[in-house]
Ligand binder design. Structure first.
Ligand SMILES: Nc1nc2c(ncn2[C@@H]2O[C@H](COP(=O)(O)OP(=O)(O)OP(=O)(O)O)[C@@H](O)[C@H]2O)c(=O)[nH]1
Ligand SMILES: [Mg+2]
Length: 240
């Protein structure tokens, strides 16, 4: 068995999934890949099943309904616990993250024994291709606000391209993580950092999805804003 589990959450990614899986297997042929599909109406789940039937390293977890990125990833993390993987890799199914970078992120994680390696858009050398000004502003403002409120050193707290040490995930009490949207990524990074974990940001180029629809909506931004503000207030009260 490989010691890294690459988790690919999907909701309506029928147009991009096969190509992304091909690129993942090419880049990391020794890793196992787990697609977690929330009963996508566009048939992504059966595309994943067909792919898994033809590729020994790929498996699929089907969930009954769309319940957000957080619960999907937590289900994947629990499988990584059960099967004793050392690392999980998070990557989107829409082609925004280049699978060719996975060995680099894993190499950094293993080399410096980091707890979290983030493929970061917002450190020197990182960039985003294809976003409009509004999307740039939302991501930059959201990350700056979260960094300030949580007194974090991380520049790309919302990034969805990461390697996480499973041992660290076991320590951060997943049962108490309530975030659903991309706030989940902030919460995980914050837990790792608050527990004294080693976090490294490696610059990546993020490419806007070429097909399919974004799952980003106002509710996700509002959830992040409310939760971050709550955590920040609690933290500053405790600090005094
Ligand atoms: N299983 C599962 N996957 C999800 C859910 N929401 C989003 N995803 C997947 O999570 C990844 C990130 O979602 P995106 O819609 O690309 O979000 P984003 O990257 O912030 O937005 P864009 O840049 O516009 O694509 C993609 O692979 C989605 O298919 C969900 O509720 N359940
Ligand atoms: Mg995306």
């Amino acid at each position: 068995m490989s010691n890294a589990l690459i988790i690919v959450p999907t909701y309506n990614e029928s147009e991009s999934l096969t190509a992304v899986l091909d690129r993942i297997l090419e880049a990391a042929p020794d890793s196992d890949v787990l697609v977690i599909d929330d009963n996508s109406p566009d048939g992504t789940g059966s595309i994943a099943d067909t792919y898994a039937a033809a590729h020994a390293h790929v498996s699929v977890l089907h969930r009954e309904r769309k319940s957000g990125l957080g619960p999907a990833y937590i289900a994947g993390f629990r499988l990584a616990f059960e099967h004793d993987y050392d690392w999980v890799v998070e990557i989107d199914a829409d082609g925004s993250h280049d699978p060719a970078v996975i060995p680099t992120l894993l190499g950094i994680a293993r080399g410096v024994t980091a707890d979290l390696v983030i493929g970061s858009r917002w450190v020197r050398g990182g960039r985003v291709d294809g976003w409009n000004v509004l999307r740039h502003m939302i991501s930059r403002a959201g990350n700056s606000y979260a960094r300030l409120a949580l007194q974090s050193k991380i520049y790309d707290l919302t990034a969805g391209f990461r390697v996480i040490r499973v041992e660290k995930l076991r320590q951060i009490h997943l049962e108490t993580i309530a975030s659903s949207g991309y706030c989940f990524q902030i919460e995980i990074a914050d837990r790792v950092e608050s527990e004294g974990g080693t976090v490294i940001e490696h610059p990546i180029t993020f490419v806007e999805r070429a097909s399919g629809m974004s799952k980003m909506h106002l509710g996700i931004v509002v959830e992040a804003f409310i939760r971050i503000t709550g955590w920040g207030i609690r933290r500053s009260i405790r600090g005094f």
